[in-house]
Design a protein around this ligand. Structure first.
Ligand code: PEP
Ligand code: MN
Length: 688
């Protein structure tokens, strides 16, 4: 090492020590605040305060040249950890007899490095006490250890967002007399691990837990001449590969397991669905009490009585007590063929008298009822750390009719003759809202979709995504399959582009939208894109409409170049009639005699469509006018006349864009436009 490098590294070491010391000081203040809150009745979490804190940090970062996105990630982790520390304070206060100074023992299933162990560490580390983790061969053995007092807790996976419920865990919880006192959610990022950094094509045997094999089935199917074998757990399969010393073998497990057993990561993130999470429950012998200020969930198991409408009656009890269900699952009742146990999770705390009343009432309609326990939620929105404050945006206008009776008679008359039913306000009076990740389209806050016309390269789409995230864009667009007038123009990067778009969206926490042109592509594009776009030229491609109607993904249906409003709504009807109710309409300009603009933006469609249908409508001024200079005013006009959002194209260097360069905004123009939108909104809502 050169002396220069050595010196710089020493500098880094000193800075890192300072960061750690400051973090320690921060945590001790967090603990003090925790004690104050435990003694009083202040809210434990104050989302507004968290948002303001993050906004301030991002601003501070801007001044010091530190990336806001990096700071947000770091500080959200710190906030999450801090909240858990304060929950712990309350837990001790409410369960004084369970407070313990000795080493806590936690059981999990699997070998060292198993996902269950990672989840357990995540859950218990904010306790600040010493903890010993012990792996058991099976779920049953881990749970027996808790029952017999050998360990204090067990951590058991209960469901995975790709592969579904883990039946054995459910069955054991129904049978054994244990209490669920916590849950943990872990993002599972499987890796393929081998002894040496060998090419994937040389792998002949892959070992892993059956659940992991299911979650990575697409990757496994792509391997040639490769034998797949299940193993008791992921970490054990890594250990097995390490011991076998055979270069043709590989395991699917965590990166952590790879590190423990000295294996190389051959490829990361090989799950079918990138958003792959496992939920674990924390189990012990005695139920625990949780402060009412902590958002809790409760899990119960019940069997209905053998009478008509029994399940409905049970569910009505939850409804009557305003208890929101977060999960409903049924499993065969052991030893009684064709009878079922229902597993229900709902928001609520058994410490609450109303929840107790609901559970009492439930016994009237059940032949078996068991409360597994209440515990702080990790899955509901209120359990997630805040995001930096988004600039408030609000449409100010007449509210949607509450029911058909509130629809104006003249509108109803038009709707009677309309060539559509399901999209009609007469069928559903209230506005339809569509939520993708944490963005709601069709609600009070207009949504800004922005991105390049086409995904051109990794650098290009990452730069766009990063900028979009920074200035408060809600959804990232990017074409991968391009409908081009000339066959000699750039046709898009296809699935390769989609992978890049997905990566960019994931990295910057933005939902993505991309066009799908062929019915055969719908299923595959729907696996990656949060919203499917059906382009103007395909508005009456009925096979495509039908196929998209069968996909479980929101769709943005663009108005055809020559389509009347009712033809456009009738095209939307195709999608709804085939099952998919999540349709967003997009006005993007129509052909008129005018040639000065690429098309003519028909803003009158916005109020008309909003009268006739409950579906949200957004406006794309970029394709309508074809010139970047006109896009800002048309965007503002679209929002002023009540569009639920806009979609605009932008590019790091419009002069080099492979498609639609002339209409692409530069970063600067887009950023100004975002500020103008903000100012318009403030005026409209009377704040300025
Ligand atoms: C697009 O948005 O990428 C596009 C091609 O638009 P349109 O279908 O409206 O022409
Ligand atoms: Mn375009």
């Amino acid at each position: 090492m050169t002396p220069e490098l050595q010196k710089l590294r020493e500098q880094l070491d000193q800075l890192d020590s300072r960061i750690v010391e400051d973090l320690a000081r921060r945590l001790s203040v967090v603990d003090e605040i925790g004690s104050v809150k435990a003694g009083g009745d202040d809210a434990i979490r104050d989302i507004t305060r968290e948002e303001e804190l993050l906004t301030r940090i991002v601003e501070l970062g801007q001044k010091s040249g530190v990336d806001g996105f990096l700071l947000t990630r770091i500080f959200r982790e710190i906030l999450d950890y801090s909240v858990r520390r304060q929950h712990q304070e309350l837990l001790d206060e409410h369960n004084p007899d369970q407070r313990s100074e000795r080493v806590l023992k936690v059981a999990y299933q699997g070998a060292q490095g198993a996902y269950s162990q990672i989840a357990a560490e995540r859950h218990f580390s904010p306790r600040g006490t010493e903890i010993s983790y012990r792996g058991f061969r099976t779920f049953k053995e881990a749970l027996d250890a808790v029952r017999d007092g050998e360990t204090d807790y067990a951590v058991i996976p209960i469901e995975n967002t790709t592969a579904g419920s883990i039946n054995e865990a459910y069955d054991l919880l129904a049978r054994m007399n244990l209490a669920v006192v916590g849950e943990e959610v872990l993002k599972v990022e499987h890796c393929i691990l081998a002894l040496e950094p060998v090419p994937i094509s040389s792998i002949r045997r892959v070992y892993s837990h059956p659940q992991a094999l299911v979650q990575c089935s697409d990757f496994l199917n792509s391997l040639q001449d490769c034998h797949v074998e299940s193993f008791a757990d992921t970490a054990l399969s890594a250990q097995h590969v390490a011991r076998a010393k055979d270069l043709s073998q590989a395991a699917i497990a965590s990166e952590e397991a790879g590190r423990i057993y000295g294996l190389h990561v051959i490829r990361r993130d090989i799950t079918n669905q990138k958003e792959n999470y496992t939920r674990f429950v924390i189990v012990t012998n005695q139920p625990m009490k949780f402060d009412e200020r902590i958002p809790c969930k409760t899990s119960v198991i019940f069997a209905t009585r053998d009478e008509e409408g029994a399940l409905l009656k049970c569910l009505k009890v939850f409804h009557d007590h305003h208890l929101n269900l977060t999960k409903l699952e049924s499993r065969p009742r052991p030893n009684t063929p064709w009878e079922y146990l229902f597993y229900v999770d709902f928001r609520g705390n058994v410490g609450d008298p109303d929840v107790q009343a609901a559970l009492r009432e439930l016994t009237t309609y059940t032949s078996f009822l068991k409360t597994l326990g209440s515990y702080p939620s990790r899955t509901t929105r209120d359990a997630q750390p805040a995001e930096p404050k988004r600039p408030p945006r609000k449409r100010t206008e007449r509210p949607a009719p509450a029911d058909a009776a509130a629809i104006e008679p003249a509108v109803l008359k038009t709707l009677e003759k309309a060539p559509y039913k399901l999209v009609s306000r007469a069928t559903r009076a209230q506005d339809t809202t569509i939520t993708v990740r944490n963005v709601t389209i069709g609600g009070d806050r207009p949504v800004i979709i922005a991105g390049p016309c086409s995904v051109e390269s990794r650098d290009q789409i990452l730069a766009c995504a990063k900028f979009a995230h920074e200035i408060g864009v809600d959804i990232l667009r990017g074409g991968c399959f391009k409908p081009r007038t000339s066959p000699y123009s750039f046709q898009g990067l296809g699935y390769e582009g989609l992978d890049l778009l997905e990566e960019a969206g994931r990295l910057f926490n933005l939902p993505i939208i991309t066009e799908v042109m062929h019915p055969a592509d719908v299923e595959r594009v729907a696996q990656k894109s949060d919203i499917l776009q059906l382009g103007a030229r395909n508005m009456q491609n009925f096979s495509l409409l039908k196929e998209i109607g069968q996909a479980d993904r929101p769709v943005m249906l663009k108005r055809g170049l020559m389509a009347s409003i009712d033809e456009w709504l009738a095209a939307a009807e195709y999608i709804l009639a085939h099952g998919n109710q999540r349709v967003i309409l997009c006005e993007r300009g129509i052909r008129t005699f005018e040639t000065a603009t690429r098309n003519t933006l028909d803003l009158s469609a916005v109020p008309v469509v909003k009268e006739r249908t409950h579906l949200p409508v957004i406006v794309d001024p970029s394709h309508a006018c074809g010139e970047w200079r006109w896009v800002p005013s048309l965007t503002r006009a679209a929002l002023a006349c009540g569009a639920h959002g806009v979609m605009v194209e932008f590019h790091p260097d419009p002069s080099k864009a492979l498609s639609d360069g002339p209409q692409a905004l530069t970063f600067d123009v887009l950023s100004n436009l975002m500020e103008q939108i903000q100012a318009d909104q403030a005026i409209a809502s009377g704040e300025a």
